[in-house]
Structures are given as structure tokens and as C-alpha cells.
Design a protein around this ligand. Structure first.
Ligand SMILES: Cc1ncc(COP(=O)(O)O)c(C=O)c1O
Length: 397
């Protein structure tokens, strides 16, 4: 049988729980443990998803298998949060003395984990410029084990060349890992380019309704089994009810993302013509520095648009507070449009000097474009941009 398309996998998942005449909606196995008839059966179920929910749970399995199918990989694991997915995965795969090469501009929480927490366990990270692959290569040492990337990046929306990362990882025998939260499995499938592990903050597009905190890692079974051991020990598992909400959210992933792609493209085009906007970052705008790579490896530009205002950090704050439909809140990827100032939210924990190297400025406003009517969103932006005065045109001569 031909493999299914993502739109079909998102809705139909991998649910084999339902027998004939069973429920069409995935049941929630809201239980911490599972009864057995005798101790032989007890031993047989150990470590399965019918043993103890910290090890696994049938509702979690449905979410995990659906995501594995969406990412074109063998297996996936769910976690209590996106940070839980990243921290557990790194602790599973690395030991004291190991080294990581990571992109400079990544989510602030991950930057903090790599630069402030892992060194306490004897694991060092070298941060490299996101799109400078020679710098990546030069940073690799004999003890390097992991190449960690994020694409598109938060919040500058740079795009990383998957083929180049895969080639580098293969050449040096490294595990490659991507935070694909902004990409979604609808717009990009990094494993098809050879990336070993694909991670998501499921809190964002996968859940899609701003009512859930969760994380996901997907990849080859052998790697996922190692991570499972660590997740079980650290206890960083997802609750079955939250898993059910994730499964429910996934059913509409493809249609949500398609609409968000369309809306975000229109928002990006509108902003790029606006006099009070200094720059717009959106992978599917023709003047985006990695536009060609984005077109090659993504089927949509995504729902995130970042702009820099022609003005000061205070101007950026004023505009974000003047929006009515774009709600001022951290997070992203839900059906409703949100706005945030990265230096005050996602990258607040990153020291200012490091933020400057990442290209995260005080003038940046990050938009998570939802599925509302695009004309209403544009009216909201037009109105909000009136909150700051037009800059004087400097004429020469
Ligand atoms: C790109 C990215 N990765 C990881 C995370 C962390 O995910 P969570 O908040 O679900 O722990 C976030 C959160 O904002 C994010 O934006």
C-alpha cells in the first residue's frame, strides 16, 4: 500500500486501540497502572504501554505513533513539555566529557540548558553561527557527539540547510538533532533529509489550541529506546489526558497549518511594504536570505512572522500593546494569533551580549499568525502600527 499523506496520518493516526465496534475517538486510559492475572503476565508486560504509566500508556502510544508516521520515522516519544523532550534526550545520549555543537540562535530555554546546566554534568557546547557550515565543521572535536539545530529559528526565522547538516553529521559520526517546532511535520520532514532526531514543543502547533504543554522526540527505534530508558528514570512522561488532547489537536494539524501558512504569507507581504517596519523575517518572502533553501526543504513558510520596527525597543512594545486581535502572550502555534517581544519573553533568559550575537534585537516583534480572517488581522496590524510616529525621511542633497 502507498504511504499515506500527512493530512491523512494527522487525522487517522496509528490508532489500533479500537477493535470492531470500538470507539472512533481514542479512549483516554486515565490510569496509573494496569492489572495482570498472574506474575508471568506481570513480567511480560514490564516496560510495555500496559504496565505503569511512567513507562507508557496506550493513549500516549497513539499520540507517539501518529507523530512517528507524520515525521516518516520508526518511533516517537511524548514528554511533559518541549524542554522535557530536549533535556531528557540530551541526558540520554550524552555523558560527562562529551561535547555538543549547537547553533547560536535557538530557543532561549535550550540555550540556557546547554550553556548553564549541561556544563555542571561535564558536557560542553560550542555555539556556532547558524548558517555558517564551515564554522560548524571547525567546532567539531574528537569528543563531539551531537549536532543540535533549530529551523526555522526562534525568533529570527533563519533556515538551516538540512542536507549540509546531515552530511556533516555523517562525516564525523555525530547524532543530528533538530528542534522542528516552528517547521511542523506538515511544512518540513527533516528525517527525510537524514536528520536523526526530530524534536517538537508539542505545546505549539501539534497541540494547536494553546491549552496544553507537551514535548515530542521522533527518530530511529534504537535511539528512541535509549531515550525511553532515560525518560522512565527521570519521570518526564506525559499525562494520558494531555496525550488525548494532543491526539485531538493533531487531527486538524494539516488544515490549521495550511491556513496559517496562507495568513502568515499575507501578513509578511503587508509588513514588508509598511514604512514603519525596518525588516520582515519570513522564509517564503523572496528576499529572505535562505529563501532558496526554504523552498527546497519546506512546503510552506509557516505561521511565524518576525518584524523589526523602524524605531526603538519602546516603539516595539507600544505596537505590541496596541494590537487587539494579536494577543500579547508568549508561546505560538495556536489557532489564535499571538504577539510577543522576544527580548522580554522567549529570550529574556539569554544575556544581552549573546542575544546581540543571535541577531535578537529590542525592535523585534514576533507574530504567531492564527487561523482568523486575514483581512481582520491586517486591520489589527495597520491600527497597531499607528501607535508610533512616522520617522522623518532623511533626504540627501
Ligand atoms: C522552538 C522552541 N523549542 C522548545 C520550546 C520549549 O517548549 P515547552 O515550552 O513546551 O517546554 C519552545 C517554547 O517556547 C520553543 O519555542
Amino acid at each position: 500500500m502507498k504511504p499515506r499523506h500527512p493530512e491523512t496520518s494527522a487525522v487517522r493516526g496509528a490508532a489500533d486501540l479500537a477493535k470492531k465496534n470500538g470507539p472512533v475517538s481514542t479512549p483516554i486510559y486515565q490510569t496509573s497502572t494496569f492489572a495482570v492475572t498472574d506474575n508471568d503476565e506481570q513480567l511480560r508486560t514490564t516496560g510495555s504501554d500496559h504496565y505503569y504509566t511512567r513507562y507508557g500508556n496506550p493513549t500516549n502510544t497513539v499520540a507517539e505513533q501518529t507523530i512517528a508516521r507524520l515525521e516518516s520515522v520508526e518511533a516517537a516519544l511524548t514528554f511533559a513539555s518541549g524542554m522535557g523532550a530536549i533535556t531528557t534526550t540530551m541526558m540520554a545520549l550524552l555523558k560527562s566529557g562529551d561535547h555538543i555543537v549547537a547553533q547560536r540562535d535557538i530557543y532561549g530555554g535550550v540555550n540556557k540548558f546547554l550553556s548553564q546546566w549541561l556544563p555542571r554534568m561535564g558536557i560542553e557546547t560550542t555555539f556556532v553561527d547558524t548558517t555558517d557550515y564551515d564554522q560548524h565543521a571547525r567546532a567539531i572535536r574528537p569528543n563531539t557527539r551531537l549536532l543540535h539545530i533549530e529551523s526555522p529559528t526562534n525568533p529570527a526565522l533563519r533556515v538551516v540547510d538540512f542536507a549540509k547538516i546531515t552530511a556533516l553529521a555523517k562525516q564525523h559520526g555525530l547524532i543530528s538533532m533538530i528542534d522542528s517546532t516552528f517547521g511542523t511535520p506538515i511544512n518540513q520532514r527533516p528525517a527525510e533529509f537524514g536528520i536523526d532526531l526530530v524534536m517538537h514543543s508539542g505545546t505549539k502547533y501539534l497541540g494547536g489550541h494553546t491549552d496544553l504543554i507537551c514535548g515530542v522526540v521522533a527518530g530511529r527505534r534504537e535511539l528512541i529506546e535509549k531515550i525511553w530508558e532515560t525518560r522512565t528514570t527521570l519521570g518526564n512522561c506525559m499525562d494520558p489526558h494531555a496525550s488525548w488532547m494532543l491526539v485531538r489537536g493533531l487531527k486538524t494539524l494539516a488544515v490549521r497549518v495550511a491556513r496559517q501558512n496562507e495568513n502568515a504569507q499575507r501578513v509578511a507581504e503587508f509588513l514588508s511594504r509598511h514604512a514603519k517596519v525596518r525588516s520582515v523575517h519570513y522564509p517564503f518572502l523572496k528576499d529572505h536570505p535562505q529563501h532558496a533553501i526554504a523552498r527546497r526543504q519546506m512546503t510552506g513558510g509557516g505561521g511565524m512572522v518576525t518584524l523589526e520596527v523602524e524605531g526603538t525597543g519602546d516603539d516595539a512594545r507600544r505596537i505590541s500593546e496596541a494590537m487587539r486581535l494579536f494577543t500579547l502572550a508568549p508561546s505560538l502555534g495556536g489557532v489564535e494569533s499571538l504577539v510577543s517581544i522576544p527580548v522580554l519573553t522567549s529570550h529574556l533568559m539569554v544575556p544581552a551580549a549573546e542575544r546581540a550575537k543571535m541577531g535578537v534585537t529590542e525592535q523585534m516583534i514576533r507574530l504567531s499568525v492564527g487561523i482568523e480572517n486575514i483581512d481582520d488581522l491586517i486591520v489589527d496590524l495597520e491600527h497597531a502600527l499607528e501607535a508610533i510616529p512616522a520617522r522623518q525621511q532623511v533626504t540627501v542633497g
